[in-house]
Design a protein around this ligand. Structure first.
Ligand code: AMP
Ligand code: ZN
Length: 112
């Protein structure tokens, strides 16, 4: 499958990794929208939040268990935002589930 984030998780495309384990991979966004902008992905290919099921959701729990560790390592002591874009209306550009971890400054109140 020609998926850029599968290739990043496999180390076939370079990235700046900030955390990894057997299930998940986290790396810096190439076009950061905040001082800290990390993408956290499952190593397995799930296309988007809409494809999360009872069968594959364990990795999502692992991602959310890793987020506080990554946030701490990134120095996000004053809060942060986690978001995922799903599908056309949310302007998802990479069709491999990813959670944006944003912080390092006061973020806008605007969500959409
Ligand atoms: P989304 O619009 O939610 O699908 O977000 C995709 C994100 O992936 C964007 O913030 C891009 O800047 C980021 N991105 C795309 N290609 C790369 C890459 N090779 N390395 C790091 N981040 C990337
Ligand atoms: Zn993929």
């Amino acid at each position: 499958m020609d998926c850029i984030f599968c290739k990043i998780a496999a180390g076939e495309i370079p990235s700046t990794c900030v955390y990894q384990d057997e299930s998940i991979f986290a790396f810096r966004d190439i076009n950061p929208q905040a001082p800290v902008h990390v993408l956290i992905i499952p190593r397995t290919h799930i296309c988007c939040a809409d494809a999360i099921t009872d069968e594959n959701s364990d990795v999502v729990a692992k991602i959310f268990a890793a987020i506080p560790k990554i946030a701490k390592a990134e120095g996000l002591t004053n809060g942060y935002r986690v978001l995922t874009n799903c599908g056309e209306d949310a302007c998802q550009t990479v069709k491999h589930l990813h959670f944006h971890l944003l912080g390092g400054r006061k973020l806008t109140e605007q969500m959409a």
